[in-house]
Write a protein that binds this ligand. Structure first.
Ligand SMILES: [Zn+2]
Length: 603
């Protein structure tokens, strides 16, 4: 597996960044123009509103207009720089541009930091009259979000200090990425025939899906032993990010890190804790599936490197990219012709997608863009079923962005992360149902069922376990307990043992798994995968079973973007997340799919 260099990639396989900038030079030119002054304040046109927001609603509207227009331009610069950077993370020019725009963004944070506190310092009566003023238009909800934060916004000086400290306080994450993406070198791994294979982040998930148990075991062991070597550094880096969350929460007067993370989007902490307790209560269905896996693989004891082993031979397929696109497009038929046509163009001729891995390309996959760009997709596409579902997943994100951008004005277009995973997992479910229906072969059906169960396992059970790890580490730090490598290892081992049940044989080096998970560097993020898949599965079944009305209410939900709080938007689509009903129905679905598998294997 010799990776091509970036220059060796074929143009149609790479995303087309021309809608953003024709080349680096035009980015450089635009960068020079984005500030109206060469020295601070870089945006005097914004600064002149300072001290005047209490005068009238017209002034507030004008200030919002300028604020959003600067932000929009910065986002465009930022997105181009970060995409170019991710194509080849060692390229010096891209690194430089990324650093420049990152630091200008910080500067913007500094310069706008007076805005919220000044609004919040206004008398309640005045804020109320602003919020009730029809002229506020698209700025009404952004203003409401600010007013909602009132108890946790500092005075102008405090906010300026927090904004200034941000770059330094996020060093942990950048150091983690530099260490794990660039500096860490993995030894080769051997398969059952003693043949060597190079190990990388991309190769890791690929080898773990191999039917060769020697290769899986070697891959899992080598990967985690490599991370174990850096356990002190990685524990410090992780503790650094938790300390930052703790510092921010305390500085803003929240009760806990969890509350600080959930409050801005108005998500009750009960949504988080109910997820964990409901899953713990129903964990038996997960154990039952693990037992089935072990039985089918002929094992007395289940090891973590058996988690993704194919349960059935002969259906390990390679799907070329174009075929994957055709399948994804056919699967979204329940969402209508317009949706299908837009997505088909995006995934092919409009080149939203950067398809294949190259040397020094960022690992993983994501959907990213801004108001003035297509919704790009980074892939490291290798042709497995997993890659096919990843494409459907990212396409779901991208269409959510696309529809919301088309319908919403800039200030209301950005949907919160809490909602993001609904659109992506919804599309995965459509793809699953489409494949299951069009597959007559019993073996292939079993294969698909396994994929689905493993997918729910990874998105729902595993992420809930991560969410619990995250909650516990933050609570420990809140009680002033230092997060040592031993503590983190023990905590991770106990949780894994509980979630996987008595059939699991826990290997020592597997304790290091927590230390390589990039999502732990994003504040209370992963639980949203679990809540997202629950909501998505309910909605998908509604749309597939329903008619035009159900489809339109879902499409309407996608096009609402960030125009309201996420819990309210989901209510419009038909799911009440404070009730735990979606979580319970996911547990039931998982249980019935497991039973279907048990029957299929008995046959
Ligand atoms: Zn996603």
């Amino acid at each position: 597996m010799n990776l091509p260099t970036r220059q060796e990639q074929k143009l149609p396989d790479c995303w087309d960044l021309k809608p953003l900038y024709t080349d680096d030079k035009s980015w450089d030119d635009d960068f020079k123009k984005v500030t109206s002054s060469q020295k601070a304040p870089f945006w005097p046109e914004l600064n002149r509103f300072r001290g005047h927001l209490g005068e009238s609603v017209e002034i507030v509207i004008e200030a919002f207009e300028i604020l959003f227009s600067i932000q929009r331009k910065l986002e465009k610069l930022f997105v181009y720089a970060h995409l170019k950077h991710d194509e080849e993370i060692t390229e010096e020019g891209s690194k430089g541009r990324f650093a420049k725009i990152f630091s200008l963004y910080q500067q913007f944070g500094d310069e706008r930091s007076w805005f919220e506190p000044e609004l919040l310092a206004l008398p309640q009566e005045k804020l109320k009259s602003y919020l009730n003023d029809k002229r506020l238009g698209d700025y009404r909800f952004p203003l409401e979000v600010i007013v909602h934060l009132k108890p946790h916004i500092l005075d102008a000086q405090g906010e300026a200090l927090l904004a200034k400290s941000e770059e330094a306080l996020t060093t942990s994450y950048r150091a983690f990425k530099a260490l794990t993406d660039a500096d860490v070198v993995f030894p080769d791994v051997k398969d059952k025939d003693n043949k060597s294979h190079p190990l990388s982040h991309g190769a890791y998930t690929f080898y773990l899906r191999s039917s060769d148990r020697t290769l899986r075991k070697e891959t899992f062991t080598t990967f985690h032993e490599t991370f174990s070597k850096y356990k002190n550094t990685l524990a410090e880096l992780y503790q650094g990010v938790v300390k930052n969350h703790h510092f921010q929460a305390k500085a803003r007067g929240y009760e806990s890190c969890m509350q600080a993370a959930l409050f801005p989007r108005n998500i009750p902490t009960a949504v988080y804790t109910a997820l964990i307790s409901s899953v713990r209560e129903g964990i038996d269905v997960h154990h039952r599936y693990i037992d089935l896996r072990a039985k089918v693989l002929g094992l007395d004891k289940f090891h973590l490197y058996d988690s993704y082993a194919p349960l059935i031979d002969g259906v390990d397929i390679e799907i070329p990219y174009q075929e994957a696109v055709d399948l994804v497009i056919a699967s979204v038929a329940p969402l209508g012709k317009d949706y299908q046509e837009t997505l088909a163009k995006g995934l092919t001729e409009e080149r939203w997608v950067d398809r294949y891995e190259n040397k020094h390309k960022r690992s993983g996959a994501y959907s990213s863009g801004c108001y003035d760009s297509p919704p790009y997709i980074l892939m490291n596409y290798k042709g497995s079923y997993k890659d096919l579902f990843t494409l459907a997943h990212e396409a779901g994100h991208s269409m959510h962005s696309y529809l919301s951008k088309n319908r919403q004005p800039y200030p209301l277009a950005d949907y919160p992360i809490f909602l993001a995973e609904v659109a992506s997992t919804f599309n995965e479910e459509l793809l699953f149902q489409h494949l299951l229906k069009s597959t007559k072969d019993e073996k292939k059906r079993i294969f698909l069922l396994t994929q689905k169960l493993d997918d729910i396992r990874a998105t729902f059970f595993r992420q809930t376990m991560f969410a619990e790890f995250e909650l516990k580490t933050h609570q420990l730090l809140e009680e002033q307990t230092p997060l040592t490598p031993e503590l983190l290892n023990n905590l991770y081992r106990d949780l894994t043992q509980f979630y996987f049940g008595p059939t699991l044989a826990f290997d020592g080096h597997a304790e290091a798994e927590w230390s390589r998970i990039p999502h732990f560097y994003t504040n209370f993020y992963v639980y949203q995968y679990a809540t997202g898949i629950s909501a998505a599965l309910l909605l998908a079944s509604r749309v597939m079973k329903g008619g035009e009305k159900e489809r339109d209410s879902y499409l309407n939900f996608l096009s609402l973007g960030g125009s309201n709080y996420p819990i309210n938007l989901l209510k419009e689509a038909g799911v009440d997340m404070t009730q735990g009903e979606a979580v319970k129905s996911t547990l039931n679905l998982f249980s019935s799919l497991t039973k279907e598998m048990e029957l299929a294997f008995k046959k």
